[in-house]
Write a protein that binds this ligand. Structure first.
Ligand code: FES
Length: 262
């Protein structure tokens, strides 16, 4: 399927958003996915031509990041986190149950084309483990039963609300948002919630606040500038390593200059 004029205009628009047009490659690939259903060969060629880079370079990016798909996707992408914490909290079991319920393997799509199932890595939501993502919206604290209910409702075309995020649209619609074209749902549903805020609540109860940057620096070094904590020592080590590297770069031989004061 040839890309439409509208898509070509939007791809150029993305390129114009950055001082270096090639910085737009990631959102451009998301836009290609939103209209084509995956990163197609045509999409790769078009991105390469618009950005003045080779198709091999575009292909290298599209095959490196797992959010880019080279095979057609279902209407919805269901990702079950099977990284360590989610796995031990039930993620492995959820994934196994969904595979059986949907009759698919990893990275496969149901016969009706509604759901592509994939096991995914940590989504930085470990405090809500086990976590499932639908089109990259969070479904927290899942069980095999709740996960099965979600996919059944998706396949039935019912409205499904993320536990922390917006109403589920479709994978293609979500890809368009990731490309940088808002759908107006950004503020829908809770974002930070529950376990993520417990530390903040305890701090508020006890009147704690984060130290200023100056206070933090003072705490990690003494009045003579000598490190008094492990963090301060690490910072000093980083600084002296950076200074040494600068000296090496400036030296005509490329090696560290010797101290000539003697
Ligand atoms: S291990 Fe699953 S969100 Fe971090």
């Amino acid at each position: 399927m040839a890309l439409t004029d509208t898509t070509m205009v939007e791809l150029r628009e993305l390129g114009a958003r950055y001082p270096q047009a090639r910085s737009a490659l990631l959102p451009m690939l998301h836009l290609i996915q939103s209209v084509e259903g995956n990163v197609t060969n045509e999409g790769i060629e078009v991105c390469a031509e618009l950005l003045g880079i080779s198709a091999a370079e575009v292909s290298g990016v599209a095959t490196f990041y797992t959010m880019y798909k080279r095979r057609p996707m279902g209407e919805h992408h269901v990702g079950v986190c099977t990284n360590t914490l989610c796995a031990v909290m039930g993620g492995d079991l959820i994934f196994e149950r969904l595979k059986g319920h949907l009759d698919v393997g990893n990275d496969e799509t149901t016969e009706d084309g509604k759901v592509t199932l994939e096991h995914i890595e940590c989504n930085a939501a470990c405090d809500f483990a086990p976590v499932m993502m639908v089109n990259w919206e969070f479904f927290d604290n899942q069980t095999p039963e709740s996960a099965i209910e979600v996919v059944d409702r998706l396949r039935a075309g019912e409205s499904v609300q993320a536990t922390r995020g917006a109403t589920i649209t479709s994978w293609r619609d979500a890809e368009r948002v990731l490309a940088g074209f808002e759908d107006g749902l950004v503020d829908e549903g809770p974002t930070a919630a529950g376990a993520s805020l417990v530390g903040l609540e305890i701090a508020a109860e006890r009147g704690w606040s984060a130290p200023s940057i100056d206070e933090a620096k003072q705490a990690s070094t003494g009045p003579d500038g000598v490190a008094t904590t492990k963090e301060g020592a690490a910072e000093q080590a980083d600084t002296s390593r950076a200074e040494t590297e600068t000296q090496i770069e400036k030296s005509p031989t490329g090696s560290a200059e010797e101290d000539t004061d003697d």
